[in-house]
Design a binder for this molecule. Structure first.
Ligand SMILES: C[S@@+](CC[C@H](N)C(=O)[O-])C[C@H]1O[C@@H](n2cnc3c(N)ncnc32)[C@H](O)[C@@H]1O
Length: 337
C-alpha cells in the first residue's frame, strides 16, 4: 500500500510509477529524478529501495522532496507549530506577500498565510520542510483548478459555493476553509508518508543543466520527465507564486520555448552521458517531439529500448476520454573506451 501523500501535481505519474520503476534496467542503485515535480516517481523509487536524488527547478517541489524523499524519520506534531507570532512580524510579512491579494486569495486569507510563513521561518530542518509542504498543500486546496494561473474573477466566481453548486452540483467548500484547517487535515497523511529506506536520499533545487554540472559522482540511472511542448507545461505559472512568497525563484531553461525542445533535450543528454549508465525518459504518443524523433536522436549515444503501456489519463471534462500510450525510452549509454 502506497503511503505517497495527497499532493495533486499537474502532469504527475502517480498511476504509472509501478510500471515505470519495474522497467528500470537495475533493481538497485542510485537514480537521479531530474524533473521530480510532485515526487511520485522519486517516492516509488524510495519505496523500492533505491538511493534517490530528486531535483526540480521549483522550490515548491524541493520542499516536498526534502520532506518525503530525503527525510527518513522526522515527523511534525501540532505542538511544533502551536506558538504565537508577534502581530508586528505578521504585518511585515503580510506587506511582503500582498501581491497575492485579490490575485490568489482574499486579503484576510493573505494575512493568515503571512502568519504561517512566519511560523515556517521559525521551524528547522525536516519539520520546516514538512510544514512548508503542508502550506503548499493548503494553498493548492484553496484555489479552483489547483493551479495559480487562474484569473482572479474566475477564482471569485468558482469560490462562490452557491454558484458552484448551481453550475457543477458541488459546493467545493474546501476552497473557503482557512489554510490552517487544511494543514490539520493533511498532517497525518504527510507524516505517514515519511519512512526510512536506509539510503542517503537527497533533494536538490536546480536547473537540470546546473544539476548535472554539479553532480560529483556517476549515478546508475537518470530519469527524465520533462515538461513537453503543447502539454499542460507552464509549471512556473502553475506553482511559481509559492516560490515568490519565499523569495526562492531561480532561473531555469524553459525546455518548450521556441520549438527548441529536442535541441535542449539533446544538449542535456550529452551533459548526462559521462555521469550515468542509463537514461530513462518518460514520453507518450500524444506529445511532441514524437517517440521516433527522440529515438533517432538518442541512438547516436547508445542502445535504445522502448517500452509502451496503454494509459487512460484522468481529465476534468468527462466526455473527453484521453487514452494515450505511455512510453519509456531507455538509453544504455555507450561506454567510452
Ligand atoms: C512533467 S513535470 C514532472 C512530474 C513528475 N514526474 C511527477 O510525477 O510529479 C516536469 C517538471 O519539470 C520541472 N522543470 C521544468 N524545467 C526545468 C528545468 N530547466 N530544470 C529542472 N526542472 C525543470 C517543472 O517544475 C516540473 O515540475
Amino acid at each position: 500500500m502506497s503511503k505517497y501523500p495527497k499532493i495533486n501535481y499537474i502532469g504527475n505519474k502517480n498511476k504509472l510509477t509501478d510500471w515505470i520503476v519495474d522497467n528500470f534496467p537495475f533493481k538497485e542503485g542510485t537514480v537521479l529524478d531530474l524533473f521530480c515535480g510532485g515526487c511520485s516517481v522519486s517516492y516509488a523509487l524510495k519505496e523500492k529501495g533505491y538511493r534517490v536524488y530528486s531535483n526540480d527547478a521549483l522550490y515548491s517541489n524541493f520542499v516536498l522532496a526534502k520532506a518525503i524523499i530525503e527525510n527518513s524519520n522526522v515527523i511534525l506534531k501540532t505542538e511544533d507549530f502551536d506558538f504565537d507570532i508577534p502581530k508586528k512580524e505578521i504585518l511585515k510579512k503580510y506587506k511582503e506577500i500582498s501581491f497575492l491579494e485579490n490575485r490568489l486569495y482574499f486579503p484576510n486569507e493573505v494575512e493568515e498565510l503571512a502568519e504561517l510563513v512566519c511560523k515556517s521561518e521559525k521551524l528547522e530542518n525536516y519539520k520546516k520542510y514538512l510544514f512548508l509542504s503542508l502550506i503548499r498543500r493548503s494553498m493548492i486546496r484553496k484555489i479552483p483548478y489547483s493551479r495559480m494561473n487562474v484569473p482572479w474573477d474566475q477564482i471569485v466566481k468558482l469560490r462562490d459555493e452557491d454558484y458552484s453548486y448551481a453550475k457543477y452540483k458541488r459546493r467545493r467548500a474546501y476552497h473557503n476553509l482557512p489554510f490552517i484547517d487544511h494543514i490539520y487535515d493533511n498532517l497525518d497523511n504527510y507524516n505517514d508518508s515519511v519512512f526510512n529506506n536506509n539510503q542517503d536520499n537527497k533533494a536538490f533545487n536546480k536547473d537540470a543543466f546546473e544539476m548535472i554540472n554539479k553532480l560529483t559522482e556517476k549515478v546508475d540511472i537518470i530519469y527524465m520527465d520533462p515538461p513537453y511542448p503543447a502539454t499542460m507545461n507552464k509549471y512556473g505559472d502553475f506553482y511559481g507564486m509559492y516560490d515568490s512568497i519565499f523569495n526562492k525563484e531561480i532561473n531555469y531553461i524553459n525546455f518548450s520555448e521556441n520549438n527548441k525542445f529536442l535541441e535542449n533535450l539533446e544538449k542535456l543528454i550529452v551533459k548526462c552521458l559521462p555521469k550515468t549508465k542509463y537514461i530513462v525518459i518518460s514520453e507518450n504518443n500524444k506529445t511532441k517531439p514524437s517517440i521516433s524523433e527522440i529515438n533517432n536522436m538518442l541512438s547516436k549515444y547508445g542502445k535504445v529500448e522502448i517500452k509502451e503501456k496503454k494509459h487512460q489519463y484522468k481529465v476534468t471534462n468527462k466526455e473527453n476520454k484521453n487514452e494515450t500510450v505511455e512510453v519509456l525510452i531507455i538509453l544504455q549509454v555507450k561506454e567510452n573506451k
